[in-house]
Structures are given as C-alpha cells and as structure tokens.
Write a protein that binds this ligand. Structure first.
Ligand SMILES: Nc1ncnc2c1ncn2[C@@H]1O[C@H](COP(=O)(O)OP(=O)(O)OP(=O)(O)O)[C@@H](O)[C@H]1O
Ligand SMILES: [Mg+2]
Length: 397
C-alpha cells in the first residue's frame, strides 16, 4: 500500500474529495492500490484503522450495496480494520437504513458526504447522528392505499409467508398495514392471533428507533374489510387463494402490484414457468394496470450452488420472457435485486400456534442478523424502486 499525497485533478473525483476532507480532520490517509476490491480509502487515527467505501451514485444506496460492504468487513482480508465507513453522496434507501438500525452492527457507520460543507452527516453509527429525514415543509395530500396481491395458482410456494413478512417489512419502515386473508384456509388469522376465535388478529411492530411510534399489521377476512373503516392505511396486502376464481374479482381489479412467489429447482423449473405465465394471464384478464413480479422464494444462497442457481434462473428468465416481452408490466425479479432465502426462521414460523404463544414475525436476529428481515426489506425496496409505492413516503405519510 502506498501513502499518497492526494491531488485532485478532477473536482468530481468523489473518492479523493472525501479522502481530503478526512485528511483535514487529522486522519492519516492511505489509498489502496488501484483495483483493490471491497474498500476505497483507508483511514488511520489513534488505534483506529478504518475501511471507507464511497459511492457517488445519483440514486440512494440500497440494502445490497451496504450488505456487500458488511460482507467484505467480515472477510479475513479485512481483519486489520477496526471499523467500516460507508459514505454515500446521495443517502440511503429507507429499507437499507431500517435493516442496519435493526441489526445494530458496532463496526459499521453509514454517512452522507455534504460536499459544500465539507463534512459527513452520519445516518447510522454516530451518537450525534443527524437524521437523514428532510423536514416536511407543508402537509401534502394523502395518497390512496396501494394494493399488493400475493398470488399464484400453485399451493405451498410461500404466498402466506411472503404476504405476512412483506407486510412486516413495510411495518418496520413505518407504515400501518392491512393483511387481507383471501384464502379459505384462514392461515393468516391462525398465525396472527393467539386464539383462533380471537376477534383481534394483529401484531404490533415496535419501532426500530426508540423515539418513533411503532406500527400495526391487522389481519382481516374479506367480509370484515371495508376500506372506509381504515382511511389512513396506505398499504393493503392480500394473501390470495391458489384457486384463482376463489379470489373476489372486485379485489383483484384493485391490485396495483402482484408478487408471484416461485422456487428454483431443476424438476420444477418448466412447470413453475407455466404456472407463473398462467398467473400473469389470469390477473391480466381482470386487471389491465397491475404490475406483476415473479419472486424467487426458498433461495439457497450457499456458495456451492452459485453456478446451479445461475443456470436455473437464466432458464426461468428466458422461458418467462415469452410472456414478459409481450406484457411489459410483468417482470421476473432477478435474485441479485431481491429474493427470499431459505431460512429456518421462516420454515418454523407459525410454531407459536402449536405452543399457544404470542404471534410474531420471523424477524428475530441471530447474531445480530436476520435473513428474512434483510430479504423482505430488500423486496420492499425493490417494489419502491420499481413502482410508485415510494410516493407514499414522498407524500408525507
Ligand atoms: N423462505 C423460506 N424458507 C424456509 N421455509 C419456507 C420459506 N418460505 C416458505 N417456507 C415454508 O414453506 C411452507 C409453505 O409456505 P406457505 O404456507 O407460505 O405457502 P402458501 O403458498 O401460502 O401455501 P398454501 O397454498 O397452502 O396457502 C411453510 O411451512 C413455510 O414455513
Ligand atoms: Mg397460504
């Protein structure tokens, strides 16, 4: 590694601008050799050795980018670093912040570099952290609730699990959510109430920041649901029946978005593709505006399966393109952008019914981490980026 006297030729060279800013604050700067992977700047001060990753993207940094840096910090090559600082020029997506605040890693900080003030505003990891929230200037009109259907004409692929935990991710991000149970099996009611005859099937999702309010997920059957009773609800998620005709037509017509869970396995890949296309077509017959997303559930992320997963997903994507190329509102979510990994917390989710204990989502951390929490926040982030759900936040909810 070469200690360098940094000279900026290009004023837009964000990496060097950030490095110089820290230099002025008394840090020793070591620029790693070109093409070093994982970090951009090394900072030293007292007994601290800090790996800094900088991102000067127009878009906010998302969960995957932050996770990648965290993964780097865990590698043996990074063992000399006492901390990792992720410095963005344009902030972080809400799911990325939510996930990090829930995980509370001690060796990671997220900051936003404010160039004209030559300083970093810390989003996570500084005791005097400055909130990245922009102050609201004026009240804005309330947006309509968005309807998300979790739907597929195949049983057992994770509709209920995905519907409930996607609701959980939006709840963690500060939205109250209605979960509509359209499946006659009434699995959601069982999962969210302590007693099956319990009138009230709901969970309170505590806030990640102690000074915020917390949110609720309320489970309703179709006959209990009247949107006028819930004027403040901005997100309604429907766990649909796998028998497509059993889902009320009037509700399918309302869907803004549909999430269609599927799995990646060699014997099922062709059949799953047919099922997804059939689901796309069926919903499209009833609803001309819904954007639909096929999502991989039960993804095995183990390193040994990287190649097999790649081949299977390319195969699925290619087969689906027969339909997605004709209906541009239908997409396959590339697992690099969002997927739900296989997790024992999800496998055993619902065990509380057997035990008779309090309902809760499968977001409990193990060693600070939770695959389901990260994955569902990432899915919520994907939906925000690819749809207009983000309007909810921008409109001051
Ligand atoms: N990502 C995952 N990791 C591990 N287990 C999972 C995952 N997703 C779902 N499961 C397990 O798979 C089983 C089926 O899931 P789920 O009940 O959500 O499917 P479904 O599509 O709603 O089924 P049905 O058609 O019967 O309503 C559940 O036992 C759940 O625990
Ligand atoms: Mg179900």
């Amino acid at each position: 590694m070469v200690k360098s006297d940094i000279k900026i030729k290009d004023p837009l060279d964000f990496e060097k601008v950030v490095a110089l800013s820290f230099k002025r604050k008394g840090y020793e700067i070591i620029m790693p050799p070109t093409n070093t992977k994982g970090y951009d700047i090394e900072l030293r001060k007292d007994d601290k050795c800090i790996a800094v990753q900088v991102k000067n993207h127009k878009a906010k940094c998302n969960t995957s980018q932050v996770k990648k840096f965290q993964h780097f910090l865990e590698q043996p090559d990074a063992s000399k670093f006492t901390e990792g600082w992720f410095i963005s020029a344009n902030g972080y997506s809400k799911p990325a912040i939510t996930d990090i605040k829930a995980e509370e890693p001690e060796d990671l900080r997220l900051g936003i570099f404010i160039a004209d003030r030559d300083r970093v505003s810390w989003t996570y990891g500084n005791p005097e952290s400055i909130s990245s929230k922009e102050p609201e200037l004026e009240p804005k009109p309330k947006p309509e609730s968005k309807y998300i259907g979790v739907f597929t004409c195949k049983g057992g692929v994770g509709k209920t699990t995905v519907a409930a935990h996607l609701a959980g991710a939006f709840a963690l991000m500060g939205h109250d959510v209605i979960l509509l149970d359209l499946d006659p099996e009434r699995n959601l009611r069982k999962l969210f109430s302590q007693d099956i005859d319990d009138e009230d099937a709901s969970v309170f999702v505590p806030p990640i920041n102690k000074n915020e309010m917390g949110t609720t997920i309320t489970v309703l059957n179709h006959d209990e649901w009247n949107p006028e009773d819930y004027p403040d609800i901005k997100i309604t998620i429907c766990d649909c029946s796998p028998v497509l005709d059993k889902n009320p037509k009037s509700l399918v017509e309302k869907f803004d978005y549909c999430v269609i869970p599927t799995t990646l396995n060699p014997l099922g890949v062709s059949k799953n593709c047919d099922v997804i296309i059939r689901t796309f077509k069926h919903i499209r017959q009833l609803n001309s505006h819904a954007e639909m997303f096929a999502l991989i559930n039960n993804y095995h992320s183990n390193q040994n399966f990287v190649k097999k997963n790649q081949v299977l997903r390319e195969h699925l994507k290619r087969s689906l393109s027969k339909y997605t190329s004709t209906d541009h509102k239908c997409k396959f979510i590339d697992p690099d952008a969002a997927k739900i990994r296989y997790s024992t917390s999800l496998l055993y989710w619902g065990y509380h019914i057997v035990e008779g204990t309090k309902p809760q989502l499968a977001f409990n951390s193990h060693g600070g981490k939770s695959y389901p929490r990260t994955d569902f926040l990432q899915l919520a982030e994907y939906l925000e980026e690819h749809t207009t759900i983000d309007e909810l936040r921008q409109q001051g909810h």
